[in-house]
Ligand binder design. Structure first.
Ligand code: SF4
Length: 347
């Protein structure tokens, strides 16, 4: 099968098409694949046109992610250094205390972050974990930050409890296309993921859901992932797109890295198919380099994970990010959440 970049090597001067509307009946994998196969500059131009129409302030959201319960996870996601069965050097730790989480959240806010995401390496939280998380969420919300959590599979009553605590977003990624999912993780089903997303939405919590590329998937699987996301009813409020960080000891450590221009294509297609979503450059940003990140912003990315660490893997230095945004003339998004709108802090 030809690579996407080879496919368009001789088509650089085709005329731009008008921005795509949502196809009747939703996005087919073929329609998304057709977008991915377009000449890169045409695709980026189209994505930028859609982006400007829906995001006139052109701000970049800064979201910070903290691991509040690291390692020892019983799942076997092939990309994850926190799975207990992989020998990655990550040790299982106890859940962080409220004070420590608050210190991190305050530092993130002081550095300009507007959203604070808390991740825990669980297959699914127990109800007593939800009680502890509710405490953390209320405390972080009390700082005037938007709150997000990623805790694994969630039941309906647990989603409601987190909403009551002040949770704004719940992250639960689809990871990849349904057809490739079992090559990445076998301890749960795609349908499990979809059910958690339904529980989250039903509780009134906004959905943060994306995936990972560079896991050895074929281009059609990238198209399948984007079609799945875009066809969720409605599509996610935030769409994190990760480029695999190949951690030694994980089954996917030797995956062929994705061509950076193909990564840009995925960002552009996410923007075109989900025009009002925050499309976030997530894991793997360190490997992209500044020029490719700039191209991603051009293609419609308008959120980054911000802070020197992403759960247990590296992330660009926060100061370097501030400088990059300044050099590009981009500015951080100012959250509309105010301390007065929020629940009182518990610590
Ligand atoms: S469920 Fe989360 S923490 Fe557990 S192995 Fe999968 S990605 Fe890692």
């Amino acid at each position: 099968m030809p690579t996407t970049q080879a496919t368009h090597a001789v088509q650089l001067h085709t005329r731009p098409r008008p921005p795509q509307a949502l196809p009747e009946g939703g996005w087919t994998v073929q329609a998304v694949q057709d977008l991915l196969d377009r000449p890169l500059l045409d695709l980026v131009h189209e994505a930028q046109t859609v982006h400007r129409a829906h995001w006139p302030d052109a701000s970049i959201e800064l979201a910070t992610l903290l691991s509040v319960k690291t390692g020892g996870c019983p799942e076997n996601c092939g990309y994850c250094p926190q799975a207990a069965e992989f020998d990655t050097g990550v040790k299982a730790q106890k859940m962080l205390e409220v004070d420590e989480v608050l210190r991190n959240a305050q530092a993130a806010r002081d550095a300009g972050a507007t959203r604070f995401c808390m991740g825990a390496a669980w297959r699914a939280p127990k109800d007593r974990d939800i009680e502890k998380m509710a405490e953390l969420i209320a405390a972080v919300k009390g700082l005037g930050l938007e709150t997000c959590a990623t805790l694994g599979m969630l039941e309906a009553h647990q989603a409601r409890a987190l909403k009551e605590a002040g949770l704004d977003y719940y992250n639960h990624n689809l990871d990849t296309a349904p057809e490739y999912y079992q090559d990445v993780v076998s301890t749960r089903q795609y349908q499990d993921r979809l059910e958690t997303l339904e529980n989250v939405r039903a509780a009134g919590v906004k959905v943060c859901c994306g995936g990972i590329v560079g896991m050895g998937e074929a281009p059609v699987h990238r198209a399948g992932l984007i079609a799945q996301l875009a066809n969720l009813g409605p599509y996610p409020d935030s769409v994190p797109i990760n480029s695999l960080v190949r951690v030694p000891g994980t089954p996917l450590a030797d995956s062929e890295p994705i061509d950076p221009f193909d990564f840009v294509r995925v960002i552009a297609v996410a923007r075109i198919t989900m025009p009002k979503a925050r499309v976030r450059l997530s894991a793997g940003r360190q490997q992209l380099g500044e020029a490719v990140q700039a191209l991603c912003f051009m293609a419609g990315a308008n959120s980054i994970f911000y802070g020197d660490k992403l759960l247990v893997t590296g992330n660009p230095d926060a100061q370097a990010d501030v400088q990059l945004l300044a050099r590009l003339g981009l500015r951080g998004y100012q959250a509309t959440t105010s301390v007065d709108d929020t629940l009182p802090a518990t610590a």
